[in-house]
Design a protein around this ligand. Structure first.
Ligand code: PEP
Ligand code: MG
Length: 318
């Protein structure tokens, strides 16, 4: 695993091994779920080895990359079925295709754009090309009977986008029913909070879905108007910026007021300097790379939320 430091102390393999099977519970008894972010089927064994609670972000782009034509519905069905079966009842949140911007796929033939990060990407590209979206959604619903599936939409900024996407899901379920193809009625539908608009409108959006997941890499980029890929802007790209953290808190409060759960799936989720903040505002789950699960569990177990809540909130939100 290489060197991993937590609160200045090197975390050894033995220390991590002992954490397997332990709850993600703070010193004062608050629990949080720790899940994994993955980008291919090859990552699934390490999710299980690291004792994660499930998969909080499965980036589905791997199915579309490194090929010359669209993956078929069956190609996708087999991949989703495999991850759901391998996870053996643990939840898997699969993000629908996040093409465009930094994730270019040649055969999509998307026109060159002056501002690709603000362009035809992610859910927008899917709603603009419904035949591609429908294929993915059909594959997902068909696979849903093999495990516990959540589907989440990236780069939402308006309520109408979520309604259109949900309408397509309902159409697909009706179609599968007519064809006598089984699907699970328990699939959860969620959205990523990646734009300031989504965070600000999270009171309305929460009424449309079962869960939120904050994509803080993009949320930071769009809140600070700062390209996440430009190395010259590194010192301006600050995920600890109070504007970003306030938006996360807004989304968290609105999720809970509406009885839905909220996770963090951007890089920030694994940042030990923010674990206290996420616990203090009541985030329900953190989704991180497999190797970060156990060090993060160790961090969670070292926090006493009631002792730090007020200080963390006043320090970080100002
Ligand atoms: C994010 O934006 O934080 C996120 C998890 O999605 P990606 O990094 O794939 O854009
Ligand atoms: Mg993103």
């Amino acid at each position: 695993m290489g060197n991993y430091y937590m609160n200045g102390i090197q975390v050894t393999e033995e220390m991590l091994e002992k954490l397997k099977g332990q709850p993600n519970e703070t010193a004062d008894g608050q629990r949080i779920n720790i899940l994994c972010n993955i980008g291919s089927l090859d990552d699934v064994p390490s999710v299980l080895q690291n004792d994660a609670g499930g998969i909080g972000l499965f980036r589905s782009e791997f199915l579309y990359l490194n090929r010359t034509d669209y993956p078929t519905e069956d190609d996708q069905f087999e991949a989703y079925k495999k991850v759901l079966s391998d996870m053996d009842g643990k939840e898997v949140l699969i993000r629908t295709l996040d093409v465009g911007s930094d994730k270019k796929i040649g055969y999509f033939g998307l026109p060159e754009e002056e501002n690709p990060a603000l362009g035809n990407r992610a859910l927008r590209a899917c709603l603009n090309r419904p035949e591609i979206f429908r294929t993915q959604l059909r594959a997902l619903f068909r696979a849903s009977v093999f495990g516990k599936l959540g589907i989440m939409f990236p780069m939402v900024s308006s309520v109408f986008e979520v309604r259109e996407a949900k309408e397509m899901c309902s159409d697909i379920c009706r179609e599968l029913e007519r064809e006598g193809i089984p699907y699970s009625p328990d699939v959860k539908i969620g959205i990523m909070i990646e734009t300031p608009a989504a965070a600000v409108m999270s009171d309305r959006l929460a009424k449309e879905v079962d869960f939120f997941s904050c994509g803080t890499n993009d949320l930071t980029q769009y809140t600070l108007a700062c390209d996440r890929q430009n190395p010259d802007l590194e010192r301006f790209f600050d995920p600890h910026h109070p504007a970003v953290l306030r938006l996360v808190k807004t989304a968290c409060d609105n999720a809970h007021k509406n009885g839905i759960r909220i996770g963090i799936c951007g890089e920030m989720g694994a940042d030990p300097d923010l674990t206290g903040f996420f616990l203090a505002i009541g985030i329900d789950e953190l989704s991180v790379s497999p190797r970060e699960v156990l060090p993060l569990r160790e961090k969670v177990r070292s926090v006493n939320v009631s002792l730090i809540r007020e200080k963390v909130l006043s320090d970080l939100l100002q």
